[in-house]
Design a protein around this ligand. Structure first.
Ligand SMILES: Nc1ncnc2c1ncn2[C@@H]1O[C@H](COP(=O)(O)OP(=O)(O)OP(=O)(O)O)[C@@H](O)[C@H]1O
Length: 528
């Protein structure tokens, strides 16, 4: 916890002092609230209390009593703001309800026919057989371990058994939704099920916000406990990106007999907003979690590298990176690697290749940064690259020069563009997207240059080769999950530019977020 006070702590202390009529307020109260605000800003659901917090909490019981009406909640050594506690409580209650539901029927004959035709590996077959019987299931695993393949079998089986089943597919971002829709479209025809079952497979993947009927500029949503979703089975991909509030709203919106399946990689970075919901749910409901272990699309060395990062084994990571750990003498190693990485892309741009080919060339290489700002942050690297490439003559033209790669920063449903979509400016002055659509730059929603992007922004995307650039000093942002997320964006090769002590620091640091969800689920049989 930083020693510096959170800037809003004095105002909050003053507000509580007046609203609750506290006898007096002093530096200790400000310190406590600062710790709570800092915990929240760092993505924790609550503040895990330590010895110095207890005397101050004893002095100001009005902060958390009477329960339900006080602004804070004190529970099992954790201090929450009412709002986040409410989401956690409702999520835990909703999941407990799903966990205690009677098992669903399973047609073993159809299950076997599906599993054999798909040649599922053991962990996939166990996941389909197990999850098909549950009202709540998590299928987790690294990239390419076959989560989508597995869930497609699961949905097909459930539909085959119950043709009228209403199934919804969703993902936290528009880009992830699009990606899942494309993958399923390509694979569903090969399923060994009657045509009627194939026809009943959902064709659309919605964002979670759309699924829940979120309305712009209000926290109100169309579907909730009193007006549940019209689906029997909801499947959510990329669930590691879903925060506590959204997962809580989703679970509350399930109909009484509904089922929920989450897909995701529990080892990835947690959501931008509060909570590490997927990891907590995996730990809190281990009997409903199936972990896929065999990487089907991933190069063996990359799978080993991801495993070594997860195990916190710096020596092994270092050995596996070998020459791909770029020399740090001066910045030359970095700029040379970047130029090598993007050379093919610039050649395609200069040769005026079709947009689809230029996009394919762009996907071959990506710089990922830990930070957005700072000397080795994504913004600075993009500026520096543009300067260098102008000097080299690769970039010619104004702000929207041919070859400028852009990332869209907000959803624009009217243009069918989503946060995270990549467009490339070409010689005709238009910005071309991956599906061959083009728009004039003036029509684009907020966007930025994207030769370098943050690891956070890269979630849900994949590239042939990834170059991870870490800062020169250890920082709070660095973590094992960040390095794992960056390395697992690569399909073919990983390179890393980082001082040894910074990579070592990052891999050693796991960022477990504070929260009570896991304990609330594990204790379900005992006290709740
Ligand atoms: N049992 C299997 N045998 C052979 N290939 C498989 C098997 N399962 C999946 N695959 C293949 O491995 C690749 C990755 O599978 P899939 O897309 O289902 O993984 P995923 O975990 O959903 O990936 P992502 O990390 O992209 O979400 C696909 O090409 C798929 O056809």
């Amino acid at each position: 916890m930083s020693e510096e006070l959170h800037p809003h702590a004095p105002t909050l202390a003053d507000f509580f002092h007046r609203r609750l009529g506290l006898a007096d307020s002093d530096g200790e109260l400000v310190r406590l609230l600062s710790d709570l605000l800092q915990a929240q800003a760092a993505g924790h659901v609550c503040l895990t209390l330590c010895r110095r917090h207890h005397p101050i909490l004893r002095r100001f019981p009005e902060l958390y009593r009477p329960a339900g009406r006080a602004p804070l909640v004190l529970e099992d050594g954790r201090l929450y703001f009412q709002r986040l506690w409410g989401y956690e409580q409702a999520l835990a209650a909703g999941i407990r309800r799903l966990l205690s539901a009677a098992p669903l029927p399973l047609d073993r004959d159809r299950l076997e026919r599906l599993s054999e035709a798909a040649a599922l590996d053991d962990s996939q077959a166990a996941a389909v057989a197990g999850a098909a019987r549950q009202r709540f299931a998590i299928i987790t695993g690294g990239p390419g371990t076959g989560k989508t393949t597995t869930v497609l079998q699961l949905i097909a089986l459930r539909l085959w058994q119950q043709p009228a089943l209403q199934v919804a597919l969703a993902a936290p971002t528009g880009k992830a939704a699009q990606r899942l829709a494309e993958t399923l479209r390509g694979r569903s025809q090969a399923l060994p099920v009657p045509e009627a079952v194939k026809a009943a497979l959902p064709a659309e993947v919605k964002t979670l916000h759309r699924l829940l009927g979120a309305r712009p500029d209000t926290a109100r949503i169309r579907y909730h406990a009193d007006h549940p979703l019209p689906y029997d089975l909801v499947v959510v991909d990329e669930a590691s990106m879903v925060d506590l509030a959204l997962m809580s709203k989703l679970v509350q919106a399930l109909p009484p007999a509904g089922a929920l399946v989450l897909l995701g990689d529990r080892d990835q970075l947690a959501s931008v907003e509060a909570g590490s919901v997927l990891a907590d749910l995996c730990d809190g409901a281990p009997d409903h979690t199936w972990r896929l272990r065999h990487a089907h699309r991933f190069q063996q060395r990359l799978a080993e590298l991801a495993g070594a990062v997860n195990a916190g084994d710096f020596e092994r990571v270092s050995a596996l990176l070998g020459d791909d750990w770029l020399p740090l003498k001066g910045d030359d190693g970095l700029w040379r690697a970047v130029e090598d990485g993007y050379r093919g892309y610039w050649e395609a741009v200069a040769a005026g290749r079709p947009a689809a080919e230029i996009h394919a060339a762009f996907r071959r290489f990506q710089i990922l940064c830990a930070h957005r700002r700072g000397p080795l942050g994504a913004e600075h690297l993009n500026d520096e690259l543009e300067r260098r490439w102008r000097r080299r003559g690769w970039i010619r033209g104004g702000a929207y020069y041919p070859g400028r790669a852009l990332m869209i920063l907000e959803n624009a449903p009217d243009l069918d563009l989503f946060n995270g979509d990549i467009g490339i400016c070409l010689g005709d002055g238009q910005v071309w997207f991956e599906d061959d659509r083009r728009l004039s730059p003036a029509r684009l929603p907020a966007h930025q240059t994207v030769f370098a992007m943050t690891v956070h922004k890269s979630q849900g995307s994949e590239f042939d080769c990834v170059l991870l650039v870490l800062p020169t000093q250890p920082s709070e942002v660095l973590s094992r999950e960040l390095v794992y997320t960056a390395f697992t964006r690569a399909k073919v090769a990983v390179r890393c530019w980082s001082p040894p002590e910074v990579l070592r620091h990052a891999i050693a640091r796991t960022t477990r977020r504070s929260g009570g969800l896991r304990d609330k689920l594990l204790a379900r049989g005992q006290r709740l």
